[in-house]
Design a protein around this ligand. Sequence first.
Ligand code: ACO
Length: 316
Amino acid sequence: MPGTRIAALGHHQPTRVLTNADLEQLVDTSDAWIRQRTGIATRRIAGEDESVTDMATAAAAKAVATAGLAPAEIGLVTVATCSAIDRCPSIAAQVAARLGIPSAVCFDLNNGCAGFTTALASADHSVKAGAAQHALVIGAEKMSDITDWSDRSTCVLLGDGAGAALISTTENDHAGIGPVVWGSDPARGNAVRLQDAWQPRFAQEGQTVFRWATSEMPVIAKDACHRAGIATTDLAAVVTHQANLRIVEALIRRLDLRDDVVIARDVVDSGNTSAASVPLALSKLAERGEVPSGALVLLFSFGGGLSWAGQVVTCP
Ligand code: ACO
């Protein structure tokens, strides 16, 4: 079996910034409450004319350009999303059409906030098995379409955006994408859900999710390192799902990391972008040069379902 690696990253966010002060005009909330309970200061919100496909395409185009690949070389395109309204053609097929990718297998994948790392593992397995040489894995969400803007307990959390990773075969099976840890707790699936199928709205049992994410997820995140054959102290960076800053901080405290490890805290600027949050945060860290090429990074996401997926990768 060949090895795999993330060859390039890309991301896209809408230009409109929604501040906590803006939210104070919409619902009975305050900047102080939002910052103290969630750490979020701003989030990006797409306009009516900017779709999940638009954001996914913009992020993917950057990854493809950085990798320097011809579109015809890409054999698999997958988009992790829970907010896209389009069903068929899939968002992945629409992205492929726009990027001139002629004949790749294209499919969308919905595993809530754990969607991107689940899709990354699926694409990784496909490439390792020889089903494609290069694969485009995208997380893209327009959470503002499925936000109840009258519900102060959820509307302060969510944001829009997209991130993409181009993965390729490599001769070197040390540099690459490690074994996935993935699973779910379906019995508690309703703790994070989209309710009302014909007019879906994000809903959650906030405290249940907080306890679950901070008590059960660290053990599984550590297991991703164990399966990759490394210690958590070998990590240069950790990019967890950007649910809220309190969850991120509580989770990383239990991972026994080095003091100089880089932690993704993109949730402060971008809010919770569900399946887009991990590739968005990783791409931004790499673009700013905060994580050097070749550094070991733990990707770990969790959420709706309840589900989780994560793996250790090397930064492109
Ligand atoms: N502004 C002001 N007050 C608010 C707001 C708000 N935006 N939202 C809720 N409140 C009020 C509630 O009405 C309640 O008031 P009451 O005591 O008078 O009834 C009070 O604040 C406390 O409400 P709780 O829901 O108990 O607030 P909590 O301290 O649990 O914080 C939060 C809510 C931030 C959502 C927390 O539960 C949490 O961090 N949960 C984790 C879940 C999460 O982040 N999910 C993200 C999506 S799922 C995922 O990505 C994995």
